[in-house]
Design a protein around this ligand. Structure first.
Ligand SMILES: Nc1nc(=O)c2c([nH]1)NC[C@@H]1CN(c3ccc(C(=O)N[C@@H](CCC(=O)O)C(=O)O)cc3)CN21
Ligand SMILES: CC(C)C(=O)C(=O)O
Ligand SMILES: [Mg+2]
Length: 284
């Protein structure tokens, strides 16, 4: 059992801000855990930042399972959360349960689904069988085609109502937290006040219970970052510089240097052995 549990996350509401970051592989999850992040999250955004897709709609359960397994191996303290990908839970409650179980068996401590009111039955069922669930409302990227792209949510009365309805349905069904993505900050504040479960914002302002960002965005290794991202590092330029130096040193013969290889001290000994080896090869 890891130290950060869904219960601990719930208890942080109003006391301590919750920190969450995506990670898709072993080395990044190791770093996120060691940095003291509360929730290490295998997001379906991996379709975009790892696999180069234009949206998250082509992410498969297989991909989520493989990446969740790698992340789970690394994390000792944080809560490991895995996204349910598009079409893995919408068709039926049964299918949703089966797919959630696969992510749990890959090492996740909890799963996240997009939407709320539409999936109340599924959330209730998962929670009853012991699988902690995080919801997700506001901008839900799996509705990319219908929305006609990614945009700020909560500008109309109808959208505010929909976001509130989702959050309240999730609370009722037993979800332990809800992501509020790219909503006007006032809407996020209202939702945070209206529900007893923690709200975790992304692009939704400061009046929420926690924040989540995508690994590649905050570290500066993804070119199409959403407008709400703060870059905490510019790893792209650091990585490029290192690769250019490597290339240059191989071309010029500077790498590998003495400390990077091993040679015979006794060259005559090597000559003898090499000659014998070549002869043995001839005999066969
Ligand atoms: N790398 C990455 N970071 C994210 O935060 C993220 C993903 N990918 N993929 C899934 C969703 C999609 N998100 C996004 C992506 C783009 C905008 C964005 O750029 N909005 C622009 C205009 C978009 C358009 O051209 O239609 C804006 O100015 O509102 C917002 C949220 C957040 N999520
Ligand atoms: C944007 C966050 C919340 C997400 O769902 C993801 O990274 O997949
Ligand atoms: Mg997602």
């Amino acid at each position: 059992m890891r130290e950060i549990t869904p219960k601990r996350i719930r208890e942080m509401k109003g006391k301590e801000k919750i920190t969450m970051v995506t990670a898709y592989d072993y080395p990044s999850a190791l770093l996120a855990d060691k940095a003291g992040i509360d929730i290490v999250f295998v997001g379906d955004s991996l379709g975009m930042v790892v696999y180069g897709e234009p949206n998250t709609l082509n992410v498969s359960m297989e991909q989520m399972v493989f990446h969740t397994r790698a992340v789970a191996k690394a994390v000792k303290r944080a809560l490991v959360l895995a996204d349910m990908p598009f079409s893995s839970y919408e068709v039926s409650v049964e299918e949703g349960v089966k797919n959630a179980v696969r992510l749990i068996q890959a090492g996740a401590d909890a799963v996240k689904i997009e939407g709320g009111a539409d999936h109340e039955k599924l959330v209730r069922k998962l929670v009853r069988m012991g699988i902690p669930v995080m919801g997700h409302t506001g901008l839900t990227p799996q509705r990319y085609l219908r929305l006609g792209g990614y945009r700020l949510m909560g500008e109309t009365e109808e959208e505010i109502e929909e976001i509130l309805r989702d959050a309240k349905a999730l609370e009722r069904a037993g979800a332990f937290a809800v992501v509020l993505e790219f909503t006007l900050a006032d809407v996020a504040k209202l939702v945070t006040e209206e529900v007893s479960i923690p709200t975790i914002g992304i692009g939704s302002g400061p009046w929420v219970d926690g924040q989540v960002l995508v690994w590649h965005d905050l570290l500066g290794i993804y070119e199409n970052v959403p407008p709400f991202v703060k870059k905490y590092a510019d790893l792209s330029s650091i990585i490029r510089l290192a690769l250019e130096r490597y290339r240059e040193e191989v071309k010029s013969g500077k790498f590998p240097a003495k400390e990077h290889y091993w040679e015979y001290q006794d060259k005559e000994d090597f000559e003898r052995k090499a000659k014998r080896a070549l002869e043995r090869l001839e005999e066969k």
